[in-house]
Structure formats: C-alpha cells, structure tokens
Write a protein that binds this ligand. Structure first.
Ligand code: PRX
Length: 672
C-alpha cells in the first residue's frame, strides 16, 4: 500500500484488490455515485433486479417528504411491490442459486470447545420450523415479537422466522437489564418473547430466564403485560458432559406461559410459505437511546432495508463468493442486524456467528478464530481494537492472519493510533481499513470508503455511499460549502433510512427533521476537509458513546436520582483509553446524607441494574452544588471541563455561584 507525502497521509488501495473488485477505482465510484443521485429510480431498480419480487414495483421507486414545513415526513421505496426478505436472504440461495450446501454460519461459542456449522439448507429448515412454531403460538402478520437471546443460531432463526411470517421483530440486546427489557416490551406491545435459559459471557454465567421473568413482572406492574407466551431455548452449550443442564442454573418456569424451544421445534414442519409483504410493511423495531432518556423504537421496513444492507455489504466489504466474513458485533445492535444477519445473507455469504468476548479464554481469541476459519473480511469496533492493542503484538504472532483482505470499523470515531495498529499489526499493512459511519437510524453505512476505490485517511469515514447526499450546516441552518465544520445532515433519503419512531411519528419528526427543515440531522458534528473527506467529530447532543454504544446522559441521570440519597445528578462524558468515552457523574446529595464508598457502589449497581452493565459509571463525584445559570440550568459544558481537567473555563459570568466550580475542581478524580 502506497503512502503519499501530503499533509494528510493517504493510504491507497492495494493493486491486487483492484483486479476483481466490484468498484475498482475512484472513477468508477464517482460515476456510480453520480448515477445514484441523478437517477435514483434507475439506480435502485437495477439493484432490485437481483431479488425475488412476488409483484414487481409498478409506480415510482422512491417517494418522500423531508421538509416539515411542507407536511408530514414520509419515506417510501418500491411501494406497492410485494416480496419477502426471508425468502430473499435464504430460500433464494437454496432454490435459485444452488447454494444449499454452502455454509451460511460458522457458530463459535463462548468456549472454543463449542462450535457448529449451518448451511443455507439447514438455515432454511430451521427458520421454517421456527416460523411454524411462532404461528402456533398465535403470532400473525404485523404482531411484534420481542427477542432476548444471546449470540446463538436460534437468534438468527427467530428473527428470520418473524420476517418470514410478517411479524415485526424487536431484538433486545441480552446484556440489557430487566427494566430496559420491560420498557421495550411495553413500547412494542409484543405478544411473544423468545429467550434462553442462560448464557456464559466469558467466565460469567447469566440467568437470562430469571431476568426475563423479572421484566415480565415489571411489565405487569406498569401496564397489563402484552406477552402471552415465552419461548425458551435451552442453551446446549450450558449442558454438562453428562447431558444434564448445568446445576448452577435454576430456570424459573411458568407452565401457563413458558414453552421449551426444543419441544415445540421437534414436531414443527420444515415447510412454511412466506407471507408476501408490501415493500413498505414494517420489518423490525430496534430501540436506540434518545436524548430525553426514553429509548426510541427505530422502525425499518422490508424492501428498502433489503436493498440497502445488501448493496452496502457487497460494495463496502467488496464481497466475493469465496469470502469468509466476520463481524464481531452482537445482533442485539444494528450492526448485527445489518451486517451479521440481513446484508451478508442477502449476498449468500459465509459468516461467523460469535458468542464470546475478545479476551476469553485468552487474549488471542479473535486471532485464533481468524486463523481457524480463514477469515477474509473482518469488521469490529474501535473499542475492541484499543482493548486488544493493550496486549501488544505477541498474541497475534501466534496465529496465521494471512487470509485477511479487508478490515472494517464501526461505532465511534477511531483514533489514528488505533487505526495504525489495526492496519499495521492486524492487517500487516496489506488490508484497507474501511471506517464506516452510520447509525441505527440509517440502517446501513452512509459515509464509508470502498476498499478498492477510496484512498484512506486514518480517522476519516471518507465519502458518501451511493444514494446518500451529506451536507454540513451551521447553527443557522445554512449549508456550508468546501472545507467546513458543523452539523452533519442529509438532504434526501436512501432506501435503508428509518421510516418512523414506532408509535411516535411526532418524536421522529421532532428529533430528526425539526431543527433544519428539509434535512435529516444525524446529531453528529462533522468536518469536511479540502479533499471533500468527512471527519466525524462526535455527538453534539446530550449523548455519549461508550464502547461504541450510544446512551443518553438524561437516562443515567434519571436512574441516579431514583436513589433516595440523591437530590440531583448531572452526567457528562470523559475520554477513556479503551471505551472511547466513559460516564463521569456528579451527584448532589439530600441534606443529611453522607457521600461514602458504599453509596458510590450502590449508585453504580443501580445504574447497572436499571440500564445494563454497559452504562456503569466510571466516576461518581460528590457535588455539594452544581454549576447553574441564574435561571437554574445546569451548565454541562463546565462539568465536562471539570471531568476532563480543562482549567481554562472561559466565561463564567452567567453562573449563579462561580465558587461552586472551584469546589468541584478540588474534588475531581484524576485519571484512572
Ligand atoms: O456518533 C456516531 C457513532 O455512533 C452513532 C450511532 O450509534 P448507533 O445508532 O448505536 O449505531 C452504531 C453502529 C452503526 C453515530 O451517530 N458512530 C458510528 N459509526 C461511527 C461513529 N462515529 C464515528 N465514526 C464512525 N465510523
């Protein structure tokens, strides 16, 4: 790979990658990009030809309104066409492409002793059986099914089974607490919940069924629970050698509601006619943090999501039939939905489904798996790279990583040091690093390099994908030309963009379209450089990005103030070597309450229980008072600077009591 001498180091695509690449050079990229914007109808129609349509589109391919001043926001792609996404990502390969014997998934368990292979034919059989089971449990087209499963094949079977019968899946990451699960079940009004008895995450055994039962109990307290049946997978890897379930796990059971997966799957038929869906019928809901604290149910629909995840997967990872692709995300997040499930399967790819964590049972686990399956395309998060960097080169040197051709990152800005390490040490200088910027809301990559076409600059997500028209706006909503920094927005939809916030169109419009009429606002700050490359500078709202997971400060503050000792709380982000950002919390206690180590531990536990371990605060500082304006608004900017030890606080004249700042500074935590 050639490195230019210019100020921004450029990394050019390796020649051998260009030979058979889908988009072999920057001119091809530019020509296709131009076509996608100038003639989106023709562009997306051509993409759609790859797929099976029970009824082809007859009207316009895209229709939308992005301007709140002109009426309600809507986005439609291929409306009126009929298809089924499950048919397209599974049956089509078996029935039309003769790929039945091809491996769809290598499942690799938490322990290296547990693994299995699933071909496309086997996947089809299991998905159909599961679809019939769901029907038997009363699930109909349009019903919601909540899924709270670890990274086991049953998770993929269930989501595809939902898609097959037209049910809307709502997957909840199995690291979320019972409270978070309950909130998501109530919002989605799901009738069936699919879970497992338990799972090992690293060394830790987690009793999922117990968490589920607590969640359902909470649902009953808060509203009448919508869940009629709970389908429970017995996690086979938890069985002891003698075949009995691990005695460490007590599975609570309610025979009126609970059903064992194995028992109902056994007799379930392997044939199930797909439900033919309208292109704009809902496919899934996935909850993402909102700045008010309450998670938003991001809704994606059938056809646009299929076209977009399929095309981005094919081009961004330059997918070829003999590839072995691995994305280390969890399907509980959008990255797993789009780039473990739908995108790779739409292309008939061979994929790895990994249940474990990067450092169990040893810190070379990722590299061991790459060697074992001869992974060619590898997609992970900056936080994982930073974690593994800590152990140096040695764990990698034990394994053969020569199969790797392309590396990808997602979830947060990647710092140049981590980028270099990924490129030099993991990719041995051979593999382009595609830094993909996108969101739960965008459905797929929106700013991203194409590996054979885009010269790379470490830390930049580079250029827009086909059909995507980014722009940078200033505070007044004016579009900035050339080199500029401001709000990252998009001027028009692409097929994979969300359609609404589930049951809350108003929130959808207020969050993404109100601030700048005519534009979708991402919530991220962004700089465009002289070459037109985009650099994400981080969130500009009250959101934090911890280990690639978005969360809102308001959500954590609300939990902290639930504690009887806490009068007020303010949460800000502080940079963290591995997680990118971490939570730094200021709490003001009620009179007579004492700030003790025990209290700090209680508060951390409370957040962990209410939201989940990913939201556990790193720092909780006693704040006898918080810096506020005369009108009583907390000045978060100052708290952020205190957390980061930035002494130059600028203008403090709007503060009601400037002395507060000195006190807080004197008690701040030094670097961990
Ligand atoms: O702030 C951006 C950051 O993650 C946010 C989206 O989070 P979520 O919806 O959870 O989806 C994460 C996986 C797609 C964005 O608003 N983000 C994501 N990818 C990048 C990024 N920031 C910088 N560079 C990226 N490549």
């Amino acid at each position: 790979m050639v490195v230019s001498d210019s100020q921004d180091k450029m990394y050019y695509p390796p020649e051998d990658l260009r030979k058979d690449a889908h988009v072999p050079d920057s001119n091809s990229y530019l020509a296709l990009y131009k076509k996608s914007l100038e003639n989106p109808e023709a562009f997306w129609k051509e993409v759609a030809e790859e797929f099976f349509w029970k009824k082809p589109v007859t009207g316009p391919v895209q229709q939308y309104n992005f301007d709140v001043t002109k009426g309600s926001i809507y986005i439609k792609f291929m409306e009126g066409a009929k298809t089924n996404i499950c048919y397209n990502v599974v049956d089509r390969h078996v029935r039309e492409k003769n790929l039945g014997e091809k491996v769809a998934f290598y499942w690799e368990g938490n322990s290296p002793d547990h693994y299995m292979t699933i071909t496309y034919s086997q996947l089809l059989g299991q998905v159909c059986r599961c679809a019939n089971v769901l029907k038997q449990l009363g699930v109909k087209k349009g019903d919601r099914v909540s899924i709270y499963l670890p990274m086991i094949p049953e998770l993929v079977y269930t989501m595809l089974a939902c898609a097959r019968i037209g049910a809307v899946h709502s997957i909840v990451f199995a690291g979320f607490s019972s409270e978070s699960l309950c909130e998501r079940i109530i919002d989605a009004q799901s009738s069936v919940l699919v879970t497992a008895d338990g799972v090992y995450r690293g060394e830790k055994l987690i009793n999922l069924k117990q968490i589920v039962d607590e969640a359902l109990e909470k649902c009953k307290e808060k509203a009448s629970s919508s869940i009629n049946r709970c389908l429970v997978v017995k996690h086979h890897a938890l069985k002891t050698k003698s075949g009995a379930a691990s005695n460490k796990l007590q599975t609570p059971w309610d025979s009126e509601c609970d059903v064992w997966w194995d028992e109902v799957m056994r007799d379930s038929p392997e044939e199930c006619e797909p439900e033919w869906m309208d292109a704009e019928d809902p496919l899934f809901i996935l909850y993402t943090s909102g700045s008010t604290g309450k998670p938003k149910g991001v809704l994606h629909t059938v056809a646009g999501y299929l076209l977009y995840t399929s095309l981005t997967f094919k081009y961004v990872f330059d997918y070829h039939h003999d590839d072995v692709y691995w994305c280390t995300a969890d399907i509980g997040w959008i990255t797993g939905h789009s780039y473990i499930a739908y995108g790779p399967l739409a292309n008939g790819a061979t994929n790895i489904l990994f249940e474990g964590v990067p450092v169990h049972p040893h810190v070379g686990r990722f590299w061991e798996i790459i060697e074992k399956y001869k992974v060619t395309k590898f997609y992970t998060a900056p936080t994982a790279i930073r974690l593994l960097m800590k152990y140096g080169r040695e764990p990698l040197q034990k394994y053969n990583l020569s199969s790797l051709r392309i590396l990808g990152t997602v979830g947060e800005p990647i710092n140049p040091e981590a980028w270099q390490w990924y490129h030099e040490v993991v990719g041995q200088g051979r593999c382009p690093v595609v830094d993909t910027f996108w969101q739960t809301e965008t459905g797929g990559h929106v700013l991203t390099p194409l590996p054979a076409a885009t010269p790379l600059k470490p830390g930049s997500a580079t250029l827009p994908f086909f059909g995507v028209e980014p722009t940078i706006l200033n505070e007044h909503g004016e579009e900035l030309e050339g080199e500029a920094e401001g709000y990252l927005c998009f001027r028009r939809p692409w097929p994979g963009i969300m359609r609404t916030v589930y049951r809350n169109q108003e929130r959808f419009e207020n969050t993404y379209f109100k601030k700048f009429p005519g534009f979708y606002i991402t919530g991220d700050g962004c700089r465009r450089d002289k070459d037109g490359y985009y650099w994400i500078t981080g969130r500009i709202d009250d959101m934090l990005n911890v280990s690639g997971h978005l969360m809102s400060t308001a959500e954590v503050e609300a939990v902290l103030t639930e504690h009887p000792a806490v009068a007020e709380a303010a949460v800000v982000s502080r940079p963290h070597k591995v997680k990118g950002e971490c939570l730094y919390c200021f709490v003001t206690l009620k009179d007579s309450r004492e700030f003790t180590h025990t209290l700090v531990e209680e508060l951390k536990k409370l957040v962990r229980e209410k939201i989940g371990p990913i939201a556990t605060p790193d720092f909780i500082q006693n704040a006898p008072a918080l810096p506020k304006t005369r009108s009583g608004k907390i000045m978060r900017r100052i708290l952020r600077q205190i957390a980061r030890n930035e002494k130059d606080l600028g203008d403090l004249s709007t503060l009601a009591d400037p002395k507060v700042v000195e006190v807080l500074f004197s008690q701040r935590f030094e670097a961990a």
